[in-house]
Design a protein around this ligand. Structure first.
Ligand code: TIU
Length: 224
């Protein structure tokens, strides 16, 4: 068990029932020439989350926790990409269009891959998702159920889009979500701050918000 400082209140968490969920730390969102860039964003803004994520990932592996990575993207034939999603953005840089990291937001292309700093190990599941939420049209829930997971430590990008959507989906399914604030980032600092505030508001309407530092402190004094 660990005792974790969090907003709106401290939590007791059984690590055996806890997974680390790292959302979409892909080149497509974090490097120039990918999907995030094609939407007109300053992708350098997301890099602040890399080191905190790396620290948390290392700690989770050391504790033997289940680590699950997600990637947003589509089949090469785009059959799983809603036309309404593809139609948004400049025609020359839409989903499926060629870019410097391969076809934008397409599975198997260099841009779709998780950044090297957070590369999954062979024994860590990678969930490919066609939407913003990690539960939509994926087998994530089945994997969590099979492992008796009750709590999710959530990291990744972007705070108000894929992290938020996933936390909302998880919360409705009964999971206790703890979002690690400095392990998430947004192209819009104000959305990051407000997105986190929304999670913890109203007594934790969607979950809890903590930090990599608070997690490290809690892990260093864990009782099991
Ligand atoms: N655009 C944006 O902020 N995010 C996404 O499109 N996907 C994720 O957040 N992964």
């Amino acid at each position: 068990m660990i005792a974790l400082k969090a907003n709106p209140g401290a939590l007791q968490i059984d690590l055996a029932q806890t997974a680390l969920l790292i959302i979409d730390m892909q080149r497509d969102f974090m490097e120039p020439g990918g999907f995030g860039d094609s939407l007109g964003n300053d992708v350098s803004r997301l890099r602040v989350a890399i080191e905190p994520c790396r620290r948390v990932l290392r700690a989770a592996r050391a504790k033997g926790m289940l680590v699950i990575h997600t990637r947003e993207g589509h089949r090469p034939d785009l059959s799983d990409a809603p036309p309404a999603k593809v139609a948004r953005g400049k025609p020359s840089s839409r989903i499926g269009a060629p870019g410097p990291m391969g076809r934008i937001l397409v599975r198997g292309e260099p841009g779709h891959g998780i950044i090297e700093e957070l590369a999954p190990l062979d024994n860590e599941p990678v969930v490919d998702k066609p939407g913003k939420g990690a539960f939509y049209q994926t087998d994530l829930e089945l994997m969590l159920r099979n492992r008796r997971i009750a709590n999710l430590l959530v990291c990744g990008v972007t705070t108000e889009v894929c992290v938020h959507t996933t936390v909302r989906e998880a919360n409705d399914r009964g999971y206790i979500c703890v979002v690690l604030a400095d392990c998430c980032a947004s192209y819009f600092p104000e959305f990051h701050a407000t997105g986190l505030a929304m999670i913890a508001a109203q007594g934790g309407i969607f979950g809890w918000v903590s930090s990599s530092d608070d997690l490290m402190s809690a892990l260093s004094t864990s009782t099991a």
